[in-house]
Every structure is written in C-alpha cells, then in structure tokens.
Design a protein around this ligand. Structure first.
Ligand code: GLU
Length: 282
C-alpha cells in the first residue's frame, strides 16, 4: 500500500500574509506538486480574540494571486472543537494531563529562565493538585515527564537531516487546552495533521522546536508522524525575520504596488528575493 503525499499550509488569520508566509506555502505547494500529491489549506483560527474574517479572505486572495491554489475544501480549526475535545479526553483517560489555574504573572514569577526561543518552562505548580471542585477557569497541561515514560524514546524524520531525537521535556508541561478554548496550538496541529492525512509538513525553522512536542503527542494519540521540512526563514534588510518585524510589507501591498506575481514566484523558486529581503543565515 502506498501512502499519499499530502502537504498543507496552515496560516493563522491574524493579519495579512507577508513574504515569509508565501515562502512557506510555496514549499508545501511545490513539494506536493512534484510528488503528484495534494496540498491543503487549513485556517488556524482557534485564537478567536486575534483572528479576523477579513484576514481569511486576504489569505484566499493572496494565494490565488500567486497561483498557490489548494486542493479540496479549506479546513477551519474553529469548526473542529469536537475532534480536539476527543483527543483531550483520550489524554485525560491516560492520566497524562492536569488542570492548571495559574495566571501568566504567577508563572513568570516562578518559572525557570527562558532558553532561546523556548521561553520559560512551567514549574509544575498545579501538578498533583486535584481540585475538581475549583470552578475558576483553568487550562490543561501535559505531564511531560509521565508522557515521556509512556512514549519511550522517539525520533522524527527531517528533510536532509534524517532522524532527529525528540526531547519531550523541551517545553516542560505545555498547555494542551487553553483556558479560553478546548485546545491549544500544539494539540490542534497534531489532531488536524493526522485527520487530513498529512504526510509531509513544510513550515518555518522557527517551529522546529515545537516538533518535539508534536511528535510526542502523535505517539500518545496513536497517530502516524509526518516527515518534516523546517525551511529557512525570510528576513528583512535588518536581518529580523518578517514575523517578528513591526510592519513587514504585505503581499497585498506588493500587489497594489504593481508587482508581477509570476515574476515574484519565479524569483522565489530560484532563490532570488525582492530587494530588501533575504534568507536568514544558519
Ligand atoms: N499556524 C501556524 C502559523 O501561522 C503554523 C502552524 C504549522 O505550520 O504547524 O505560524
């Protein structure tokens, strides 16, 4: 039996797309086309406080303009809460998650020092605190030490690098379901990649660390793990990556300025970036 080659682009509609998003979408699109596979579009809109419908329309418009058309129906994470609730139930049944009532301020006051882009890890204050009658809002956290024992040693397959050892404790006891949602970025991505049969994930190197927790969750939930291609990131003239810049030029602004979409995509595919953009070193 052969497995179908399926990639996806999974933007969050919290603003208009910039070149960094298109760079990522292009990798997924080109990989799927080269393999005669499928390329899906998934709108990651679980953060209802930050997502806006006009940005969803903007994503459709920009991808069409650049010829990055997707296959099948668009999946919206906001429609998938029951799938996330089921996955959370399964982790709960395995006793691998616990309730946490801590506020952000409490966590930053007591958490370990941030390490690179991983951020401070949760010190486990609520672990072992069983207060089912405490009705204050709470999130659910993964008991990463217990999860690591249940899963055993794990690897993921990275393009060009082979097997990467998983460090299940890299992020500590991550949030699996937020206070305001029945899920978190980590759980939703893992559940959806499995539900959509994604075989190959192309996404920015800034998400490589998240793959440690994604691979762990895939194992706990009995999902197949995709192969990963964490591609380099596009930076502006100042060397700062586009997602971190205050005002990165949007695809919409390029269109308004008369940029030729075919020329833009041809350039990107041969590693030639518009003036003022480049690939991050390292
Ligand atoms: N929604 C994430 C973002 O916009 C991407 C998630 C992923 O590709 O796994 O950065």
């Amino acid at each position: 039996m052969t497995t179908e080659f399926i990639t996806r682009f999974a933007p969050s509609p919290t603003g208009r797309l910039h070149l960094g998003h298109i760079w990522s979408a292009m990798h997924g699109f080109d990989m799927s086309r080269a393999a005669n596979g499928r390329f899906f579009l998934r709108i990651e809109d679980i953060d209802q406080g930050r997502c806006r419908p006009q940005f969803v329309d903007g994503i459709f418009e920009d991808l069409h303009w650049l010829g990055l058309d997707w296959d099948g129906d668009v999946v919206f994470q906001s429609d998938r809460s029951s799938a996330y609730a089921d996955a959370l139930d399964r982790l709960r049944a395995m006793d691998l998650v616990y309730r946490c009532w801590c506020s952000r301020a409490e966590i930053s006051a007591s958490a370990g020092a941030p390490q690179g882009d991983v951020g401070p890890t949760y010190p486990g204050t609520c672990k072992g605190r069983s207060s089912p009658t405490d009705s204050r809002p709470h999130c659910w956290r993964l008991d990463s030490a217990k999860a690591a024992v249940v899963a055993g040693p794990l690897i993921w397959r990275e393009y060009g690098r082979g097997a990467i050892d998983v460090d299940p404790a890299l992020f500590g006891d991550v949030v699996i379901a937020r206070k305001d949602a029945e899920t978190s970025y980590h759980l939703a991505v893992v559940v959806d990649d499995a539900a959509q049969g994604v075989s190959d994930v192309a996404r920015g190197a800034d998400l490589q660390n998240a793959t440690h927790i994604h691979r762990l969750l895939q194992n706990l939930l009995g999902y197949k793990s995709p192969r990963y291609h964490h591609h380099g990131l596009i930076v502006g003239q100042d060397g700062v990556r586009l997602a971190k810049r205050k005002a990165s030029p949007t695809i919409q602004s390029m269109r308004d300025a008369g940029v030729d979409p075919v020329g833009l995509m041809r350039g990107l595919r041969s590693g030639v970036f518009p003036v003022g953009f480049g690939l991050a070193r390292g």
